[in-house]
Design a protein around this ligand. Sequence first.
Ligand code: G3I
Length: 363
Amino acid sequence: MSKQSTFVMLLVMGLGGASLAGLATALADGHHGDPPTPITQRPLRDLAHPAGIRIGTAVDMTALAADQTYRETIEREFSSVTAENVMKWETLEPEPGVFDYQQADALVAFAGAHHMVVRGHVLVWHNQIPAWVNEQDFTPAELRDILREHIIETAHHFRGKIQQWDVLNEAFNEDGTLRDTIWLRALGPDYFADVFRWARMGDPGARLFYNDFNLEFFGPKSDAAFSAVQDLRRRGIPVDGIGFQGHLGAQFGFDTRVQENMQRFANLGLEIAVTEADVRMPLPTDVFKLQSQSQGYHSLLQPCLLTRGCNSFTVWGYTDKYSWVPGFFDGEGAACLLDESFQPKPAYAAVQHDLALAARARH
Ligand code: G3I
């Protein structure tokens, strides 16, 4: 046994009953230098449960129906699922008053059959809105009614079956100003309050989240989101959680103050979730980039495990076979925990490792 693996074994054996501070030391020490030595072969969901979080993936419904390995891997590894596309408005109501819940309901049924929770994604966004909403000349008052009805109807349809809803997605620019969207233009800057109230009306039991990318680190965007949710909670608007999407790139390096940032949101009484983690890289891959990628996943998972209130860690697709990344970033890809042949990468071992240590520490 190598010096490092001896150290890890001792660490794991000695962690029973350790405090959160002990966990911090363990997680940090486990990630200096070489890739973490695997300390377990157990599936992620078996480790996430005693670690106190749900481990989730976005699900491509076409792949779920067609690819047995894809489906069985989700059943084995994950305890939470998010619809990658089929709970978006353009799918749910392609024509006014014509609803299509078939695929979304199939995902909810799949989750139920395998004791998984569902993260609902997404009620209010500026993308993947049906053409009939986007391309007609509605008055602001009409758009307000249309959005209200969409939120209440959708939340109501799935009521009791969704653990966390991404109610509002990506409403800020990088400089912290409000993104210029059809909803801002129609409803004005206080539309945040309306959409969370409507979501609560539709499903009183779901936890309601604001969700965005580049919130992981301190900066104008994360500051703006922080002020907004702080203000909403002071006014009694039902915002329950904050979703850190976590779309990272191995070529950019990783922030070291994610935990501090998560903690300030948690201090507002919010639940925390990492909702769309992936770590892309310029192709082709090599061992060095893959090692850096595992640090990227660790840079999101470790803070989550160390922040009380962070209860969910979701990857935005778990296999490179179906990842959205190559279609959106020219020359980049390989962003997931498993490769195109469902083989685990170092990042998978890193996630396993963090979960195993956290599970031990909380035992
Ligand atoms: O549905 C059509 C299909 O009919 C058509 O044959 C096919 C041809 O390309 O396109 C299909 O639509 C695609 C859709 O995914 C469903 O597969 C769109 O072109 C494609 O643009 C769309 O991409 C999705 C993207 O959101 C849209 O903005 C990605 O799969 C999805 O991973 C991505 O997810 C977002 C989150 O919702 C929010 N945060 C960022 C994240 C990544 O962009």
